[in-house]
Design a protein around this ligand. Structure first.
Ligand code: ADP
Ligand code: GLC
Length: 517
């Protein structure tokens, strides 16, 4: 990249910081395998294990190292939430600036991830980010009132890293933005006529639009005079998701099926028209699994480790959990599990309806999750009514989610929609058969057990189609029937455990996407 392109591109931006640095001509370049490595900046609001509300954090922790392993010069940019400031190692200041977005002073720091060692830029803006608990919600369970500023700053810093104004030693060639939190980065980058930076926007969940009142537009520092002109107006509001979809050079969704589904009105959340218009720039790339974190052979959370050919440890995990939960310990009883946010998306109201069928089969259910108070109350009541066969933990507990995934025979994911879904992939590796609805990434990863798929060896779980209690109950019934056939069950378990959903293949697809721009 030519250094002259980095000269204070944004110094006319009134809502932002006054920067005092210009880019010199002697930029450093990174060499890898004899050729210049592409520099990729990932921009996201969460990263496992430091701040996590769902699968987005898992992806942001695992995809960048997989790209780095392919020789790409990859860094991550995240907001300085307490978990991130405490967890990123060796933070050093790169730039101090402000006032911007309501914060008097902002320090951009650079450190590295404790596990992967990947470089991470952290925006240390105490006024905006040093708030404990959920990264998006206040203690009252409502969005923080200044979320538009908090996440505009994330996009703004990404754009200024791209222009070279914040760190002249490392200037990304491509900025890869994840979900609405990073949606303004492509908009800020696109408003510069000279910035050559490519942008990719990944849709993890189109249901979350990042909506704000229209009059917040004046706080964002976008150069165009109004939301209409800057392309982020959505039915009388601002949408950060739409900003990403309008301005990124390429868009992708986290599974091929979801990429198709969101182009239709029933799954497009009002953005399907825009997505259809951008059809040639839209692709689907399936998420992967970080098998360093999800491996039953080495998982420190398990009562006993196990593997494809030594499944005995899985029985121990099950018996131990059953005893802990107050269930009758028995390997013959089918143990169903849910590890999930309890929201409309996940279809767990259907499971409440199908619970009598599950219990009538003599099944047990363990659930860990939190979310919608009505769904929480439903499961709490079920656990109170059936203390020896239903156990509900309403909360978030990472080690417990591993123990439950290992102990269970069947993991239930009856989602109404599912962009990718990771828990079914974790279940497969842990020899736990997923029972899912045929939608999004679930449809792309779970092959229903039928006489044909049993015959050709592709079966790895149970799939149902209709969003209704009866369809789910029927599949639960069939799962319990098949569970009695131990040798068939074991064959399917081993098939799932042997499947490779690692990031290698998906990272190669992302690299091809980057190189296509
Ligand atoms: P989503 O991102 O829509 O919530 P995913 O299946 O992609 O769904 O990812 C969910 C992630 O969150 C997985 O890593 C899963 O193990 C984890 N998870 C969900 N609920 C809990 C919970 N209550 N405790 C611990 N981990 C959870
Ligand atoms: C979203 C989706 C989920 C996906 C995850 C990671 O939260 O709901 O399906 O697996 O992002 O991409």
């Amino acid at each position: 990249m030519d250094g002259s392109q980095g000269h204070l591109l944004f110094n006319h931006f009134t809502a932002g910081a006054k920067l005092t640095v210009t880019v010199g001509s002697a930029l450093t370049v990174t060499e890898s395998r004899g050729i210049l490595a592409l520099r990729i900046l990932h921009v996201a609001a969460e990263i496992y294990p430091l701040v996590k509300t769902g699968g987005l954090a898992d992806v942001v922790a695992a995809l960048p190292p997989a790209l780095a392993a392919r020789g790409l010069d990859t860094r991550i940019l995240v907001p300085g939430m307490p978990g991130i400031l405490n967890g990123v190692v060796g933070l050093k200041r790169v730039m101090r600036f402000g006032p911007a977005f309501g914060a008097a002073v902002i320090n951009l720091r650079l450190g590295h991830m404790p596990d992967s060692g990947l470089p991470v830029y952290v925006i240390d803006a105490p006024f905006l980010y040093r708030r404990s608990g959920n990264p998006y919600l206040g203690p009252d369970g409502r969005d923080w009132h200044d979320n538009h500023r908090r996440f505009a700053l994330l996009g703004w810093v990404a754009a200024h890293l791209a222009s070279g104004e914040l760190d002249r030693r490392w200037i990304p060639d491509l900025v890869h933005c994840h979900d609405w939190h990073a949606g303004l980065a492509p908009a800020y980058i696109a408003q510069s006529p000279v910035l050559p930076t490519a942008t990719v926007f990944t849709i993890h969940n189109l249901a979350f639009h990042g909506l704000f009142p229209l009059d917040c537009h004046t706080d964002l520092g976008l150069l165009t005079s109004g939301a209409m002109q800057s392309g982020i107006e959505f039915h009388g509001q601002l949408s950060f998701m739409k900003a990403g979809l309008v301005h990124a050079k390429r868009i992708n969704a986290v599974s091929p099926s979801y990429a198709r589904e969101i182009c239709a009105a029933d799954a497009g959340w009002g953005l399907d028209g825009l997505l259809r218009d951008r059809g040639s720039d839209l692709s689907g790339i399936l998420n992967g699994v970080d098998y360093r974190v999800w491996d039953p052979g080495s998982d420190p959370a398990l009562a006993k480790n196990y593997s494809l050919h030594h499944l005995h440890g899985k029985k121990i995990c099950k018996l131990k959990l059953q005893a802990e939960l107050g269930f009758r310990p028995s390997t013959k009883t089918p143990l169903f599990a849910v590890v999930s946010r309890l929201t409309e998306q996940k279809g767990l109201d259907l499971l409440l309806g199908a619970l009598p069928a599950l219990l009538a089969e003599g099944g047990q259910l363990v659930l860990i999750g939190s979310g919608d108070p009505r769904i929480e109350a439903g499961f709490r009541a079920a656990a109170a009514a059936h203390p020896h066969s239903v156990s509900v933990y309403l909360g978030y507990d990472e080690p417990a989610s591993h123990r439950i995934t290992a102990a269970a025979d069947i993991l239930l994911v009856p989602s109404r929609f599912e962009p990718c879904g990771l828990t079914q992939l974790y279940a497969l590796r842990y020899g736990t058969l997923p029972l899912v609805r045929r939608v999004g990434g679930l449809a792309d990863t779970v092959v229903d057990i039928t006489p044909e798929t049993l015959e050709d060896g592709s079966a790895n779980g149970f799939v149902f189609d209709q969003i209704d209690v009866a369809a789910l109950a029927t599949r639960i019934h069939q799962a319990c029937a098949l569970f009695k056939h131990r040798s068939i069950w074991k064959r399917i378990q081993q098939r799932g455990m042997a499947q490779d959903f690692s990031w290698d293949d998906s990272a190669a697809r992302y690299e091809a996407l980057y190189r296509s721009i």
